[in-house]
Design a protein around this ligand. Sequence first.
Ligand SMILES: O=C(O)C[C@@H](Cc1ccccc1)[C@H](O)SCc1ccccc1
Ligand code: NI
Length: 183
Amino acid sequence: MITMDDIIREGHPTLRKRAEEVSLPASNEEKKILQKMVEYLIHSQDEETAEKYGLRPGVGLAAPQINVSKRMIAVRTHDHNDELIELGLYNPKIVSHSVETTYLEGGEGCLSVDRMVEGEVPRYARIKVKATTLEGDEITLRLKGFAAIVFQHEIDHLNGIMFYDRIEGNDPHKQSLPPKEVM
Ligand SMILES: O=C(O)C[C@@H](Cc1ccccc1)[C@H](O)SCc1ccccc1
Ligand code: NI
């Protein structure tokens, strides 16, 4: 199982790389890794298991965070209708987004960042994501609210972007809004 020992922390070069596309169908090894990433989220959201193994709760995890520079993410959260989203995805892509932006009150955290970082992180309010699931199905997700923020946080990890790169007042040359992905 994945524990905090497997999660690399800021300063590790893999967190600043652009992760490689996964050629599909995924290999057995890639499937195993993605499955374990989903399991990490399940374990981390179970109070007893999280306590037993010292897991930080997570609603998302990107493969670069376990030092695997491949375009794979796991997400376990609820959508705006309070439906559970529990997915392992290959090659997720934001194919369109709202002009309107939003942010998480109180800012964001990250399993790869062992410190509090103040500041609002601007995110698109609504996004459309295309990806291939762990089971091999191509899906399109229309997301808003917290789920949209989670997906943007995780897809940023695939592009070597950390949440604090987007906080106003940082290096003015850094893009404070998500870069145009595929527009
Ligand atoms: O480091 C990660 O990628 C996992 C983050 C994702 C995330 C952080 C902030 C906002 C949206 C997504 C972890 O889930 S941080 C822990 C956490 C847990 C519940 C709610 C928000 C953040
Ligand atoms: Ni993160």
